[in-house]
Ligand binder design. Structure first.
Ligand SMILES: [Zn+2]
Length: 349
């Protein structure tokens, strides 16, 4: 048996044990688990491609999570959590949980919202306000769409070489990885995208533009994020909305003035909502530093979340980088796996 196979078996045995002994929920006594979801999709959505593996849970898996969480935890809205912290109302015997979603995907409205309504569970969605109601895709999905074209036989070798050059330049990966006749694997596509996140936003945009020209295809303009009327409808039904900046650019790659604008403008738009406003910020890609945390505070946000895994207790370590536990299908498609993932993240393993 190879190492990967052994690892998978060990994981599922330990997961089953963790679950049977109730260790996942046990380590959360007196704690709050802030879960970070992105997309909630159907197998049909998945088959169309361009969905990053670490970014989704299947709709049925999400339904199973919520059913289990309702039994095991007291689910709070983010504002209820803030009130408990402010008023020092904390019960050490209880296990608290807060559900959050990043990016405002349309599938949150279509698939997650009906489930949340069924179980009367509150949640918070962090919105990059420029994308609300637009037909613009996030750049990683644009990139994945264009890279999928490299697998098509109709491309000429000149097109392949030129496209490979653009990708290699942006990602810092070796040119030959993209020269083959068989295109690039899905794993390579998402590895390229992960590496490109470090490039300045303007270079990413111009790289996408060049690729689109070389490959002679344009990225579809179809809405993948929620619009303001969906926001209003959800806000009437227990969903609150925090800021995920305006542009979703990594704040660590922007100058101070631009960061201030991103923080203030998104806050101004969300404050204008008739209901559901939450003065909490979510760092795009989790990237932040002390100076950025200071700017978030100055912009009147009362807290911020990142991607640092862990749980929080009665006295959070840093209100401007609250721990969350990232949730995606690979680590949570059964309750034992979910429970094991919570246990690992709570203990920083
Ligand atoms: Zn995001």
């Amino acid at each position: 048996m190879n190492v990967g196979g052994l690892k998978t078996i060990t994981k599922s045995v330990v997961g089953e044990l963790t679950h049977r002994l109730g260790i996942g929920p046990f380590v959360c006594r007196g704690k709050v688990l802030i879960l970070a979801y992105h997309r909630v999709v159907t197998p049909d959505d998945l088959s169309r491609g361009h969905i990053e593996p670490g970014m989704y849970v299947l709709r049925d898996v999400f339904d199973m999570h919520v059913r289990w969480l309702v039994e095991q935890f007291e689910i709070l809205s983010f504002s209820q959590l803030l009130t408990r912290w402010n008023d020092n109302e904390w019960d050490d015997r209880k296990r608290y949980c807060v559900l959050t979603f990043d990016d405002g995907w349309l599938d949150n409205y279509r698939h997650a919202f009906p489930i949340l309504k069924t179980y009367h569970v509150p949640a918070t969605i962090f919105l990059p306000t420029n994308y609300v109601g637009s037909n613009e895709w996030f750049w990683p999905e644009k990139f994945a769409y264009l890279l999928a074209r490299l697998s098509q036989n109709s491309l000429t070798s000149v097109q392949r070489t030129r496209a490979g050059g653009v990708i290699a330049e942006l990602s810092g990966m070796a040119h030959h990885e993209f020269d083959g006749q068989h295109g690039v694997s899905l794993d390579t596509v998402w590895e390229v995208i992960g590496r490109c996140k470090l490039a300045p936003p303007s270079e990413i945009q111009s790289g996408i533009h060049k690729l689109s020209e070389i490959l002679a295809i344009s990225v579809p303009h179809e809405r993948v994020t929620i619009n303001w009327s969906e926001v209003a409808e959800m806000a009437k039904n227990g969903i609150s909305f925090g800021s995920h900046s305006c542009s979703h650019h990594l704040l660590t790659r922007l100058d101070e003035e631009t960061i201030r604008q991103e923080l203030q403008e998104s806050n101004r738009l969300l404050r204008a909502l008739p209901a559901g406003y939450l003065p909490v910020f979510c760092y795009p890609n989790g990237d932040n530093n002390e100076a950025i945390q200071g700017l978030v505070k100055q912009a009147q946000y009362v807290a911020a979340v990142g991607t640092k895994p862990g749980v929080e207790g009665q006295h959070p370590g840093n209100m401007y980088e609250l721990n969350r536990i990232g949730m995606h299908n690979d680590v949570s498609e059964t309750i034992p796996m979910f429970s094991f993932h919570v246990f690992r993240s709570a203990w920083g393993l």
